[in-house]
Every structure is written in C-alpha cells, then in structure tokens.
Ligand binder design. Structure first.
Ligand code: ADP
Ligand code: CDP
Length: 224
C-alpha cells in the first residue's frame, strides 16, 4: 500500500481520528495530508496513487485507457507492493489516471482497499477526490482543499520542473482545467466537497500557513 506509517513521535494523541482530505489537482492536499498524518502519528494513504497505478499498468500494457474491462482487471489485480511512486508522478500519468478514474467499475474495484486502510488502526489520513463523500463518509474531519487554477498550475509547474519534466506553464494550466472538468463532471463519485466538509483555500497560503489553518480546523472539529 502506498502509505506512510506513523511518525515515531507524534505530537498529539489521535484517538481514532479519521481525516478526509479532498480537492482538485495540485491544490496542496497531499502536502497537508502528509503533515497532518505526521502530526497525529497516523498512517497516510494517497489514494490518487491507486488510480495512477491503474493508468500506468494500462499504458505499460499498450491498452486503450477507455478499455473498461482491462482497466477494471488492473484495478482489482495489482499488488500494493508493486506501487512505485517514482513511476507514477509524471504529467502524463495524472491525465491518464483521471480517464480510468471515470470508469465506475474501476472505482468499485478500489473501494475496499481504501476502506480497509481507513479502518485498520487507531485512525488514518486519506487524500483524494471522494474520501469525504464515498470512501469515509463518517470521517471525523473533512477538509476540501482548493486554490485557483493559476496558483495550482504554478505549483505543479515548479514541481515537475524539479523532477526534470519540461512543460510550459500554459500547458500545465490547460491540463489542470481539463482534469478539473473531467473529475468534477463524471457521474460516479465526482470531485466535490461533502456537505459537512470545511473548505480551505490555500491560494494565498504558504505550506506552513496552510498546515496551521488545517490544524486549526481539525482541532476545532475534534472539540466538537
Ligand atoms: N500552500 C502551498 N504553497 C506553495 N506550494 C505548495 C503549497 N502546498 C503544496 N505546495 C506544492 O505544490 C505542489 C503540489 O502539492 P501537492 O500537495 O502534491 O498537491 P495535490 O496533492 O493536491 O496534488 C507540490 O510541489 C507542493 O510542494
Ligand atoms: N480518490 C481519488 C483520487 C484520485 N482520483 C483520480 O486520480 C487522478 C490523479 O489523482 P492525484 O490525487 O494523484 O492527482 P493530483 O491531485 O496529485 O494531481 C485524479 O485526477 C482523479 O481523476 C480519483 O478519482 N479519486
């Protein structure tokens, strides 16, 4: 499983805390989810990697991304240990993942492993598109992380450049808009905030400021 195990010295007791973090591409949800998991000493699951893994398997096998049968077999069949994040972070795979993620049978095939992860221990942090709405509707806290498309494109552009992947800012912005439309427009588990999610716009926040804002939301919810 592409999960991070609890940090050795969490700064807070977790007490069965389940944190659902959803939002569009490059909004900063993974960065926040990872920090929250370390803070509370909780395991973390980046569910986007599961869809990226299905896409990678399809591309490696030369299959068309809209081949629902092959994509569903990939989703049901891959071994968690085979997930190699370094092969899944590229621009092409993000786009391909959003195509296979629109296939309902692919989503169904991935539900159980995500729910098992959330229920396995004394709490968990998961990030994705449908954690608060479908995977963990009973999560203690739901965050819906946003930022403007321009800010998200700039962040992703910098990230990809750091990985040595050349791309124009305009090209990345177009990718992000296309992916937003596909993820929000699909019939099954579209990207949207759960009714009880708290929205966090990180457009004007640095990493540390966004983390402090998220922490305040979580603590507020925990206090009830
Ligand atoms: N608040 C922020 N300010 C500036 N850069 C950020 C912020 N949050 C995340 N980033 C950077 O933006 C990129 C995308 O963040 P990430 O957490 O992977 O987004 P997501 O999981 O939503 O796709 C990463 O390179 C990350 O370091
Ligand atoms: N829970 C999830 C997670 C990802 N996905 C899909 O997988 C794609 C890649 O997700 P990701 O979280 O790795 O992408 P980024 O937000 O990091 O760019 C998304 O565009 C979605 O189409 C999903 O449908 N549901």
């Amino acid at each position: 499983m592409p999960a991070t195990q609890p940090s050795a010295s969490p700064t807070q007791q977790a007490d069965g805390l389940v944190i659902a973090v959803d939002g569009p591409a490059a909004s900063g949800k993974g960065t926040l989810a990872r920090r929250l998991a370390a803070h509370y000493g909780l395991p973390y699951l980046d569910t986007g990697l599961l869809y990226r893994m299905v896409a990678r398997t399809m591309l490696d096998a030369g299959k068309a991304l809209d081949d629902a049968q092959a994509a569903t077999a990939s989703a049901a069949g891959f071994d968690d240990a085979a997930i190699d994040e370094s092969r899944l972070r590229g621009r092409e795979i993000g786009e391909a993942a959003s195509v296979v993620a629109a296939i309902p049978a692919v989503r169904r095939a991935l539900i159980d492993r995500q729910r098992r992860f959330a229920a396995a221990g004394e709490g968990a942090v998961l990030d994705g598109r449908d954690i608060g709405t479908v995977i963990c509707p009973e999560a203690t806290v739901k965050l819906f992380v946003t930022a403007t498309p321009e800010v998200r494109a700039a962040r992703r552009h910098k990230e990809l450049a750091g990985r040595g992947e050349a791309a124009t800012l305009d090209g990345i912005l177009a990718d992000i808009r296309r992916r937003d439309a596909r993820d929000s427009g699909r019939g099954d588990a579209p990207l949207k905030a759960a009714e009880d999610a708290v929205q966090l716009d990180t457009s004007a926040l640095g990493v540390e400021e966004a983390f402090q804002a998220a922490l305040a939301i979580v603590e507020d919810r925990r206090r009830g």
